[in-house]
Design a protein around this ligand. Sequence first.
Ligand code: IMP
Ligand code: MG
Length: 174
Amino acid sequence: MKVLLTAEQIQEGVNSLAQRIEQYYQGKPVTLVGVLIGSIVLLADLIRRLNIPLRVGLVQARRYRGRNTQPGPLAIDLEVLTAEVRGRHVLLVDDIFDTGQTLWELIPQLDELAPLSIRTAVLLRKQGRKQVDLEPDFVGFEIPNVFVVGYGLDYDDMYRNLPYVATLDNEDLK
Ligand code: IMP
Ligand code: MG
């Protein structure tokens, strides 16, 4: 395992994300919608840095299955989204923008709930992987095309609790 972003670097990145998001949503009713499970660490840090009125909701979107680091089919569950969205601005929060497929598939489904707007915020954006016509609106860090864990990101549901972001060596991918 090799550290890519230290806990301190992440905190600075989240501060900067929060500043941009706070400015953007001044005077606008916003609901932050975290994409389970990977976004929970970012969501918890982010909302505590936002000095604006906001609501928080969650959706479940699972792509990776078990020990497979290649994308599988996406399952979206809007049932867990209990926060109000209609007539409010929605900021979708996810851990990482990889191919972009998750957010690309989530946006039209959320749009059916009649929000005023939908924007996206991610901690990480992987370079050279995008497969959809969408750019995340708020990005913490651009990272190279490597598989990373920590700060919410998992491999086989492990490592989400690491306070830093690290790349896995081949012997960790077993
Ligand atoms: P996308 O739909 O390809 O953009 O992938 C987004 C989802 O895939 C993220 O929410 C993560 O759960 C997962 N993912 C993508 N890259 C990584 C990675 O490097 N480590 C862990 N999870 C990843
Ligand atoms: Mg995820």
